[in-house]
Design a protein around this ligand. Structure first.
Ligand code: A2P
Length: 268
């Protein structure tokens, strides 16, 4: 497994399983257990997904030692207190600490939740803290106001949403950009140009899209509830894309290299 080094010294595995939109119960437990059996060591959940209990159960059932797995959860920003909500998450997960705790989106402004996030880290509830769905301007605000710089900013990011300005802003602040929806929630798998590169390199469209991210140094958390796809999505460290294929994929960007995290902020 390859890692991204975070600004607090912790290491984030470049590949994780995302469980957004996976219902609590057997489908989430199966997906997480399969992923752990197949060698994944990074699982990404959130309070808003309502499946933390299944993630915790699958982790215990897997027999993989706790300290070998990187677990992320996210503060639901409709809530008041990140510390109290982290304690609730840990109870549901059956853990003493998460590896990464993110503000899920900047509701109420980019700074509102941050003092509580810093307290959650001070109390040992999370090893690292960060943000999600933060634009470059949001990052400027939170880094200017707090004493801890977020370790990560998890955003919608793929070849088709190549937010170059946001990636550069993250680099400037020493923040790791993490990619959610790296397959465009499945839509980008049907892109003809992705399919052409996949056919030529003997890989699948999913592997090409995921490899594009990790080759840019960006951690990815593809979601799947199918064992064979979870396995397929992990086979991205045994090949590389040529400079020409990387450049061709870079060209798929439809965001015009934006420094925004989203085209529309649903919480405003
Ligand atoms: P499923 O969960 O039914 O396997 P993203 O990570 O960008 O949000 O994309 C997730 C979507 O892509 C889900 O609908 C998932 O379907 C599908 N998916 C994930 N991996 C693959 C794959 N290797 N091949 C085809 N579809 C995939």
């Amino acid at each position: 497994m390859e890692f991204a080094k975070l600004n607090d010294g912790n290491q984030l595995p470049l590949l994780g399983l995302g469980v957004w939109q996976v219902p609590d119960g057997s489908s989430c437990e199966n997906a997480v257990r399969w992923a752990l059996d197949l060698g994944y060591r990074h699982i990404d959940t959130a309070q808003a997904y309502r499946n933390e209990a299944s993630v915790g159960k699958a982790l215990r059932d897997s027999g993989v030692p706790r300290d070998e797995v990187f677990i992320t959860t996210k503060f639901y920003p409709g809530g008041k207190d990140p510390v109290a909500e982290a304690e609730h998450s840990l109870r549901r997960l059956g853990l003493d600490q998460v590896d990464l705790y993110l503000v899920h989106w900047p509701q109420g402004g980019p700074v509102r939740a941050w003092p509580g996030m810093e307290r959650a880290r001070e109390r040992g509830l999370a090893r690292s803290i960060g943000v999600s769905n933060f634009s470059a301007a949001d990052l400027d605000a939170v880094t200017g106001a707090g004493s801890v710089v977020p370790a990560a900013n998890q955003v919608q990011f793929s070849a088709v949403e190549y937010r170059r300005g946001l990636l550069e802003a993250c680099h400037r602040h020493g923040i790791a950009l993490e990619a959610y929806s790296p397959l465009g929630t499945g839509r980008h798998l049907r892109d003809r140009r992705v399919a052409d590169i996949a056919a030529r390199t003997g890989r699948t469209p999913a592997q090409v899209l995921l490899r594009w991210c990790v080759q840019h140094g960006v951690p990815v958390i593809p979601k799947s509830t199918h064992r064979e796809r979870i396995a397929e999505n992990a086979q991205i460290f045994d090949f590389s894309l040529s400079a020409a294929d990387m450049a061709a994929l870079d060209e798929l960007d439809k965001t015009r290299g934006t420094d925004r995290a989203l085209e529309r902020s649903w919480w405003r």
